[in-house]
Design a protein around this ligand. Structure first.
Ligand code: FDA
Ligand code: NAD
Length: 434
């Protein structure tokens, strides 16, 4: 097979790849110069839809409805768009070998791709219970969610097990979003996680108490402080029970596991500098190897605001890092420079009719404000994180677009705070006056 050569290759066809393609088109790219190589069979799409509207029983989101860049209010990039721009979408193609010294990539089918400039945008893969030898974890109807194929399998299972019993393993993003959408599908849902409260990566006990209360009111059973240690299956090999470490046994027709992600860096191990589990980059997403960039979930980059290297597994950063890398590539070709990446971390989630946003860093002391009663008809509450006498992070459930903008500004400006009780009483009005 003859090798295919491109000036620019993006390996991975997810969120970052789509936003990078748009930026290349904006900056100017000639037909045939850019290729996106993706394991998935479809053009880049907004991954967050998979754990939300894609799984709704009524009017579910479907492609081409959520191709990038609709997620940030931009124009949808349909497969035709890539064709028009002369950007080659090489789909259903997994790269299994990368040689950064030779500047080549080799696919599972044995094709060779040469590049001058590479952007690594391989994202994350899920951590599986089989990875740590949980007994019976290879039974049928135990699902993970990362790509559209995974979501399609889950939809088939929801249809096949109408009104059945679902056990959700994990209390993070996937756990909270999937238990909600499973309940909306009229399934009987239990969640199991080891920590004392859900989403401990971000939530304080006070924030978590609201969501746990809200979920309980929706009829979701929450089992904390234990983990799944085994599964039993029926004679068809389909999961039947989940065995917990505390000795309890839960019935299950479907199990969904969300116990974290792992950045997909294996292809490049030993060839490029790594840090904090990701590929180390500078403020332009340049790696330790000339002409190789890394963006999105895989990049460990300098977070200027906090003067430290971080990896961020969220969609806003995947979009912005991709745009930054392309701007830097184009600028360096013209002998110019671009500004350093100066990112304000932004995470969000939606489930049922709830919607929260978080900006900044969740470090230091916290205060909670507003109406966080899960029984309220329209709950609205938030939290601030305070370190060294300044606000570092802000969280808001149920905010309007203007209020969300206000908490983003607080996290960016880091205003001083004298008294935490006063801050708690002022609540959202503190952010709105900054
Ligand atoms: P992304 O995972 O989007 O893309 C990687 C691509 O590379 C995939 O297409 C993959 O197949 C491909 N690939 C990997 N290895 C390859 C190889 N060897 N050869 C070829 N192709 C390869 N964030 C947020 O802020 N709010 C939210 O609501 C959500 N919701 C959400 C839901 C679900 C279900 C998931 C899984 C994730 C989220 N996220 C999120 C996280 C967010 O989607 C994530 O941070 C970005 O998609 C990361 O973008 P990347 O481009 O880095 O990876
Ligand atoms: P996560 O890191 O958010 O949560 C993992 C959770 O797994 C932990 O909180 C813990 O409760 C649980 N856990 C760990 N070991 C366990 C065990 N042995 N048994 C039971 N529970 C265990 O990861 P995730 O929810 O799997 O999400 C995967 C990826 O997708 C992440 O990168 C995440 O950022 C991304 N994602 C983001 C969003 C969003 O931003 N709204 C939504 C969905 C997915």
């Amino acid at each position: 097979m003859a090798a295919k050569s491109f000036k620019y290759v993006i390996v991975g066809g997810g969120v970052s790849a789509g936003y990078a393609a748009r930026e290349f088109a904006k900056q100017g790219v000639k037909p045939g110069e850019l290729a996106i190589i993706s394991k998935e069979a479809v053009a880049p799409y907004e991954r967050p839809a998979l754990s939300k509207a894609y799984l709704f029983p009524e009017s579910p989101a479907r492609l081409p409805g959520f191709h990038v860049c609709v997620g940030s209010g931009g124009e949808r990039l349909l497969p035709e768009w890539y064709k028009e721009k002369g950007i080659e979408l090489i789909l259903s193609t997994e790269i299994v070998k990368a040689d950064l010294a030779a500047k080549t990539l080799i696919s599972a089918a044995g094709e060779t791709f040469n590049y001058q400039i590479l952007i690594i945008a391989t994202g994350s893969s899920v951590i599986r219970l089989t990875d740590f030898g949980v007994q019976g974890a290879d039974a049928k109807n135990i699902y993970y969610l990362r790509e559209i194929d995974d979501a399609d399998k889950l939809i088939e299972a929801i249809k096949a097990k109408k009104n059945g019993k679902v056990v959700i393993v994990g209390g993070g993003y996937i756990g909270l979003e999937l238990s909600a959408v499973m309940k909306i599908n009229n399934l009987d849902v239990s969640m199991v996680y080891p920590e004392p409260w859900c989403m401990p990566r971000l939530f304080t006990a006070g924030i978590a108490a609201f969501y746990e209360g809200f979920y309980k009111n929706k009829g979701i059973e929450i089992i904390k402080g234990t983990v799944a240690v085994g599964f039993t299956a029926d004679s068809n090999g389909e999961v039947k029970e989940v065995k917990l470490k505390d000795g309890r046994v839960l019935k299950a027709d479907i199990v969904v596991v969300g116990v974290g992600g792992r950045p997909l860096t294996t292809l490049f191990k030993g060839q490029v500098e790594e840090e904090k589990g990701g590929i180390k980059t500078d403020a332009f997403f340049k790696t330790s190897i000339p002409n190789v960039y890394a963006v999105g979930d895989v990049a460990t980059f300098p977070l200027k605001l906090y003067k430290e290297l971080r990896r961020v597994e969220h969609v806003d950063h995947s979009r912005k890092s991709a745009e930054q890398a392309v701007k830097a590539i184009k600028a360096s070709e013209e002998g110019k420079t671009t500004e350093e990446y100066d990112y304000l971390p932004f995470f969000y989630s939606r489930s049922f009719d709830l919607s929260w946003q978080f900006y900044g860093d969740n470090v230091g002391d916290t205060v909670i404000f507003g109406d966080n009663n899960p029984e309220s008809p329209k709950p609205k509450f938030g939290s601030y994180w305070i370190k060294d006498g300044k606000v570092f992070g802000a969280f808001l459930e149920g905010g309007t677009p203007e209020e969300n903008k206000a908490i983003a500004k607080v996290a960016r400006v880091q205003p001083p705070v004298q008294n935490l009780d006063v801050l708690s009483k002022e609540g959202l009005s503190f952010a709105c006056k900054i």
